[in-house]
Design a protein around this ligand. Sequence first.
Ligand SMILES: [Zn+2]
Length: 194
Amino acid sequence: MKEILCEGCGEATPNHDAINFTSMDQGCRLLCSRCFNAEVARLSGLESFDNIRIQPIGITDCAGETHQFHFTQRLLGNMVALDAVELREESPDGYRFQMIGDPEGDSLALLGRLVEKIRRTLSVKHITDDDRHGLQIADQTVRGRIEGDYSGAERAPVIVVDGREISWEDFGQMLMTFEGWQFKLEIRDISEEL
Ligand SMILES: [Zn+2]
C-alpha cells in the first residue's frame, strides 16, 4: 500500500487517507484524515466531533470470499463523510461505499450503518463467470460503479460490479444475451442506496 507522511502528526498514512488542507496561516499541507478533521473541527467550532481512527474490517460475501475494507472519516463542515474502500494489490478498485452523517452524531453508529450497507451489498452477486459461458448477468439487474481506465491513449469507461472491474467491451458482450430487450439506467451518488 502506498503511503505518505502526514504534515500534521508526521505519521505514515495510506494514500487514500491523505487530504490537501489549505489554511491562511500554514498554506497548503497534505494531512491524514484525523489531522484534517481536527483542523476543520477547530475552524468550525465542532470541538465535540468524534475523531476516531477506524481499523480495517474484513467482510465476507455470499460466495465466502473476504473483502478487506479501509475506512476514512472526513469532517466537511456541516456533514461527515465516512468512506469504505476495498484495497487490493492486483485491482485497487474493488468495492467502495460512502455514508453521510451528522458531525455531532456518534461515529461508531455511523460506522455500524455503513457496515450494514456493505453486508447488504456483499450478500448479492450480479454477475456470474464460468468457463462455459464467461461473464454473464446473473439475473436482470446490475448494480455497480462507473470508473475510468486511463492506461490507453484515450480514457475508457470501466464499471465495477461485485467489487470487480469489467471493461466496457466485456459489459457490452454481457448485454448481448438480452438483445432486443429494453433497459432502464439510473445514476446515483456514491452515498445513496442502490
Ligand atoms: Zn496526521
